[in-house]
Design a protein around this ligand. Structure first.
Ligand SMILES: [Zn+2]
Length: 352
């Protein structure tokens, strides 16, 4: 599904860019603002097998995006300012807000220096177990298992399915299948068990990944002190909230917030739903975030911000700055809102 979505948006972006149709659509779909979603920002690894490439951009593409926004005279604002403008209906000037999920160390090392060149703020949503060094980034673990292996076996039904992972193409195909298989397991617990077993069989140190990639509490303290940085919550374990019982979903939100507030000694007022798509965050989660007093919460549903987003402050849509389409010539179509409008069937708000 993710691949399909990327392909559709990518095709839309290319077609829109070539046709110039985004110029016509901009007044209708550019909205009042745009919240960009980032994950990793770092120089591209020189590997043929990069199944999580959609989750990273290079610093140079971030710089090009900021330059593009500055050229359009778009304000680059904090998530607090997004909340203020939406709450007060202040839409004279268009805005862009940059957000990054998970709390990766490269956000500090590569994103922040570029943001600083433009005096542009950045919000980072932290999963508290990742900062603790105990969380599981299973999509990275799966990538490492497949990268190292020439074949991978997993239990399916009453037997075992073997995946060829001997070439980059085979690895890519196996990653897609195994990603879907893990995603479809009934509970987070099953996913964790199967992933741990895979890592054990293939010698991947799953527990070390969070410590390797994510900012620790000590690092976050210094990072959060930067005037350009806002820290938001991203749950405790980075679970799919919609798959949890309501009490668990509620405590995942509340406990991550409490842990971050205790560690950083500052209020946490904003939330990002892990995975953030329709299957991971819906009306129940939007209501929970609202009842817990989060000022805003962001999804990964693609879309711009419109005046009517004011009624959906805990279901705000974002635009992914995605490693699969980091080309400057696509930026005008991206910021016109035309590409996400095509994906959404020309519906502006997706909060149901
Ligand atoms: Zn995340």
């Amino acid at each position: 599904m993710k691949q399909l979505r990327n392909t559709v948006i990518r095709a839309g972006l290319e077609a829109l860019s070539r046709s110039g149709a985004h110029h016509l659509l901009r007044p209708i779909f550019a909205g009042v603002g745009i919240i960009f979603m980032l994950h990793h920002v770092r120089p591209s690894p020189d590997a043929a097998f990069q199944p999580n490439r959609h989750l990273e951009i290079e610093p140079e593409f971030l710089r090009a995006t900021l330059q593009h926004l500055r050229a359009l005279d778009i304000d680059i604002v904090t998530i607090d300012e997004v909340h203020r403008r939406l709450s007060q209906g202040e839409f004279e000037r268009r805005f862009a807000c940059f957000t990054a999920d998970d709390g990766y160390r490269d956000n500090r090392d590569f994103a922040l220096p570029v943001m600083r060149e433009f005096d542009a703020p950045l919000t980072v949503y932290v999963a508290s177990d990742f900062a603790e060094g105990t969380g599981r980034l299973w999509w990275v673990a799966l990538e490492r298992v497949i990268a190292a292996a020439s074949s991978v076996e997993v239990p399916t039904g009453d037997g075992v399915t073997r995946f060829d992972t001997s070439t980059p193409t085979a690895k890519q195909a196996a990653f897609g299948r195994l990603h879907d298989w893990l995603h479809a397991l009934p509970g987070e617990h099953d996913q964790r068990r199967e992933m741990s077993a895979l890592c054990a069989r293939h010698g991947v140190d799953e527990a070390a990944i969070a410590r390797e990639l994510c900012l620790s509490w000590d690092e976050l303290k210094a990072f959060a002190n930067d005037p350009l940085v806002t820290i938001g919550a991203h749950t405790v374990t980075h679970c799919n909230l919609a798959k949890q019982r309501e009490e668990t979903a509620a405590s995942e939100m509340a406990d991550s917030r409490a842990r971050i507030e205790a560690a950083l000694q500052r209020p946490v007022l904003h939330l990002a739903y892990p995975y953030g798509n329709r299957g991971a965050a819906g009306p129940r989660e939007f209501a929970l975030a609202k009842s817990q007093g989060f000022k805003t919460a962001v999804t990964t549903r693609p879309g711009m911000i419109y005046p009517e987003s004011t009624g959906h402050l805990t279901a705000l849509q974002r635009v992914s700055l995605n490693g699969n389409y980091q080309q400057e010539h696509l930026l005008p179509a991206l910021t016109s809102g035309a590409a996400t409008a095509v994906w959404n069937g020309f519906r502006r708000i997706d909060a149901a």
